[in-house]
Structure formats: structure tokens, C-alpha cells
Write a protein that binds this ligand. Sequence first.
Ligand code: CO
Length: 257
Amino acid sequence: MGRTLDHLFDQNVAWAHRKTRDDPDFFRRMAEQQTPNYLWIGCSDSRVTANDVLGLDPGAVFVHRNIANIVHTSDLNILSVLEFAVDYLQVEHVIVCGHYACGGVRRALVAERGAMLDHWLQPLTMLYRKHRAVFDGIADESTRLDRLCEVNIEMQVRRLAATPIIENAWARGQKLHLHGWIYAIHDGLIRDLGPHLSSVEERDALPSIDQRVLQPVEPQSAVRRQALAAFSGINLPEEMPGDICEKGLTYRREQQE
Ligand code: CO
């Protein structure tokens, strides 16, 4: 491979050509102005690209990524992105989306110290150490890591909700929703983890993050949410004989007829 990375330029030309062929006005539209409705705060992991996993074109999502999707309230980078997204672009949704099996989060679980990354991960490391008995009580290593990935997202949404940028937006009545999501690299699906916050009151009503460590919430994929919606409103007998899913579908069919 040469030092000029010509193959990437070639791919870029091919991509721009494809885009123009499929939608002749695409780049003209892009050049006018960006009006994304979402701010994505995600991990730098090369497999978790906001536009791709959301199926969105350029222009639809404003993106900030760092290792382990940490919200440091003294990080000029994330605060500038947040201010621009909330105050100028007026995005309606801010999404903290982490992912399972996150290498950054894994680092918080090891005893080794000294890398710059360890400074970066400090809030997460502290949380892990505080609740070491709970996390280390999870025998399976990957389950333990995934659990910490989930708690990390919850913690970052709370930190986001405590920034003056978000507080001010809510105080002036701006419609702004914060979301905590987790992406699974093994199946390509995003799961809704929460918390979902739209006001200071909702933020202040949350149980503490320590309580969340002890009582985890179950992340829900769209597939599972649809399944639950399909079952809601159906009066199932208290004792569910046989296969619940099979029965539920039968009841649903009977109800529709
Ligand atoms: Co990661």
C-alpha cells in the first residue's frame, strides 16, 4: 500500500458518484445548511458509526465520539459540541449510545494504571470500585463487562442532564430529550436503556446511580418493544400454560377476528 492512500480517494469518488446518481440533488442540499435533529454521543470504536447504525444520511445527526462515551463536565470538546447542538442547531434529542463489549469500559475493570486512558475513565473506575462486590459477583466475565457498559451509559446521561447547557435549555422551555442507548456489535441492534429525561424534574426524580447498580434495568430492543406492545392489552390467564409466545399470538388472533 502506498503512502498516499489512493484507494481511499478512489472509494470517495465512487461514493460521491453513487450518491449523485441515486439522488442528483443530494450534495446541493447538503451544501445549503445542516439541520440535524439528533446529537449522538458515542464511543470512538470503529464499529459503532452513528449514521450507519441509525441508517441515516449525512446531515441527519450531529456527532461527538470519545473512548467509552464519557461525559466529562470539564471537557471543552464535548461542551462545545453540546452547546452548538443545543443552542444553535436546536436538536430535539441527545443520545448517549454506548456499546456492549466496549474496550474502553473493559480498561476500567483492570488493576493496571498509568495510561492517559485511565485518567479519562476515572469516573467509571471509581463507580466500579465503589460497587466492586456487585460487579465481581457476576461470574461471567463478558456479562460483568456488559453490565458496566450499561451502568456507564446511565451515568453519562445523568452527567449530561446536570450540565448548565441542558439545564438552561430546559429552563427556557426548549423541547429537549435525553436518551441512554446501548448498541450490540454482535447483532447490529440498538437497545433502549434509559434513562429518558425531558426535564430537570425527571432528572431529580431518578434513583441514584448506586441504586441502579443494585437494580439494573432491562435494555429493550425495538424488536422486543414491538413484541411487548403486541401483547399489551391482552388479558392473559394468570397461569400461562405451555409456550407463552405461542399462546399470546393465538389470543391476539382471536381478538382481531
Ligand atoms: Co467502546
